[in-house]
Structure formats: structure tokens, C-alpha cells
Design a protein around this ligand. Structure first.
Ligand code: BDR
Ligand code: CA
Length: 310
């Protein structure tokens, strides 16, 4: 089987954790590295969490590299209320047996892409785009050398989830998102318009939990925590599992509808900081290499997580 080489850049985070379980379990993927960034919780914790999740999945063959510990210009924010103080919801932290790999996450990303044929290494970004922006600053040719780049970030039709206008990952480091969107890199963005369609209903969480494997138990526990938060803070019952979408798309592109567009990021205004302006009009947006996910087949995405964590 010709496996898709992939790097996952993330800030686990309960939904990052579900996405990592999917990737760790998918034999179609050649997971070259996990790189971490400060986001939902500080980078020290996202790095430890990625190592914990790797151990649970029995995937210690995959190196975890620590990446940026702060946004390009803003103060580090956090989303502990959605992920728990330690970032993994109900899961108590433990000291993972295997350590952090040598080398900064940004260097690991650049080196892995440069070591392979152009267009062959995919990247899924599940947190603020700080590491990708730093990598593009240092190595602008990455815009041509990377394979498919799938990012969880942004909001259009749905409005924001951290402010009225903005989605958390883009809001947390808007300058990084802006640099990435201006870099010429073809990016497919999975914003809230698509991720709000991929919701962990009671039935879906129970079906995953019923698999009774360490990976499925972990994914189900993360979704249960999100469900509690959804009930307490948002007033809903079935939380979106945002970060599943980019990884699911790399495995099953047919589960998503994409539209070509040009995406610009607001950085000047405090009111609309991190707003993603998604331009679909061909005459205006024609030359931009961006795509926006407009819809997702949630049943298909959950079938995938069931299949890969069993
Ligand atoms: C994004 O923000 C984070 O809190 C989640 O992990 C996800 O990546 C959703 O807005
Ligand atoms: Ca995330």
C-alpha cells in the first residue's frame, strides 16, 4: 500500500486527541511526526499530552517534537474551559515513558518535507498556525514542496466560537494565519461551517466506547468531556469534534465538499481579530490556492473513527 506521509501539528486538546487517535490507528498514513504548539493549554502541556496519547495508542515509533510556545505577536491565550486545565478533559496527566524528540517542531517540519519528493508530505494543522508560519518564514519553498495542507480554523456562515467573529485557532495567532494565507501555499481550511456538522451525539460516543480498546476508550472519554462542556457552557448536547475533520479528509476526501476561495485574516481590529474573510467570487478570488470546507458527512467521519480505533 502506498501510504500518505503526514505530519500533525496540534495543541491537544480534547478534539486534537480524537484526531490523533484516528491518525495513530490509520495504517494508510505514514505518520512522520507530531509537532506541538501552545494553544488550548501551554506548549509544555500540549507536548506532554501528545506523548501521553502516543503511548496510549502504542505508537511510540512516531516522534513528538515541541514547537512554538507563543504566538508570533500576541500573548498566549488558552481554552482550558473547553479542554480542562491540563488539556485532556477528564484524563489525569501521567509522565509518558518516551520523551520529546530532539529538534524544534519547526525544524522537524522543514526537514521532513525537504527530505522527500515535493508534494508527498501532507500536513494537518489542528491548532494555531504559529509553527507553519515560522516554517514558511524560514523556508518559503515549503509553499511549493508541501503536499496537501489541511487546517482546522476559521468561521464564516457559523460565526465565531471565541468572539462573535472568530474561531479560536485563527484568533489565537491571527498574524500566523495571515502569513500562511498570503504565502502562496495551497491550504484547505476546515472552519466551523464544516466542523459544526461533525457532532458527537450520545449514540456516536456510546458506539465508540463500546469498542473497548484503549484508543476508542480515550476518544470516547474526550468526547464525553466535550459533551459536558457543551451542556454547561454552550447550551447544546452534541459537541463538534473540530479537529477530526482535517485528518478525516486526508483519509476520505469524499466525505467533504470544498469550494475554491481566497481567505484573508483580520489582524488590525480588536473587535474582529482573527475573522476569516472567505471570498468565493471567482473574478476576485480566482488566483488564490485556498479551499473552504462547506459541508461534512458526519456519519462517514464517525464510521472512520470507529474503524480506525477498533
Ligand atoms: C479549535 O480550537 C480548539 O479549542 C480546538 O482544539 C480546535 O482546534 C476549534 O475552534
Ligand atoms: Ca486543536
Amino acid at each position: 500500500m502506498n501510504r500518505q506521509a503526514l505530519i500533525i501539528d496540534c495543541d491537544p486538546g480534547v478534539d486534537d486527541a480524537v484526531a490523533l487517535m484516528l491518525a495513530f490507528g490509520a495504517s494508510e498514513l505514514d505518520l512522520l511526526a507530531v509537532t506541538t504548539v501552545g494553544g488550548n493549554v501551554p506548549q509544555v502541556k500540549t507536548t506532554r499530552n501528545a506523548r501521553m496519547l502516543r503511548q496510549i495508542a502504542d505508537r511510540e515509533d512516531v516522534p513528538v517534537h515541541a514547537g512554538a510556545d507563543r504566538p508570533l505577536r500576541r500573548k498566549p491565550a488558552g481554552a482550558g474551559e473547553f479542554h480542562g486545565a491540563e488539556g485532556l478533559g477528564f484524563m489525569a496527566p501521567f509522565a509518558p515513558a518516551k520523551g520529546v524528540a530532539d529538534g524544534h517542531g519547526v525544524d522537524a517540519l522543514i526537514n521532513a518535507v525537504n527530505a522527500r519528493e515535493p508534494g508527498t508530505v501532507a500536513l494537518a494543522v489542528l491548532g494555531p498556525m504559529t509553527n507553519l508560519a515560522l516554517a514558511l518564514r524560514r523556508e518559503p519553498m515549503l509553499a511549493k514542496r508541501l503536499g496537501p495542507v489541511a487546517v482546522m480554523g476559521g468561521a464564516r456562515r457559523e460565526g465565531g466560537n471565541i468572539t462573535a467573529s472568530a474561531e479560536f485557532n485563527v484568533w489565537a495567532d491571527p498574524e500566523a494565519a495571515d502569513e500562511v494565507m498570503r504565502s502562496g501555499l495551497p491550504v484547505t481550511l476546515f472552519g466551523l461551517d464544516a466542523t459544526h456538522q461533525v457532532r458527537a451525539t450520545d449514540a456516536r460516543i456510546a458506539a465508540v466506547a463500546d469498542l473497548r480498546t484503549p484508543m476508542a476508550d480515550t476518544a470516547a472519554a474526550m468526547m464525553r468531556f466535550s459533551q459536558q462542556v457543551e451542556r454547561e457552557i454552550v447550551g447544546g448536547d452534541a459537541p463538534p469534534v473540530h479537529d477530526l475533520c482535517p485528518v478525516a479528509w486526508l483519509l476520505r476526501p469524499d466525505l467533504f465538499d470544498l469550494a475554491p476561495c481566497r481567505i484573508q485574516v483580520e489582524t488590525a481590529s480588536e473587535l474582529t481579530r482573527g475573522h476569516t474573510a472567505v471570498e468565493f467570487r471567482a473574478g476576485v478570488a480566482g488566483s488564490q490556492p485556498h479551499r473552504w470546507a462547506v459541508s461534512a458527512d458526519a456519519n462517514g467521519v464517525f464510521d472512520l473513527i470507529m474503524d480506525k480505533t477498533r
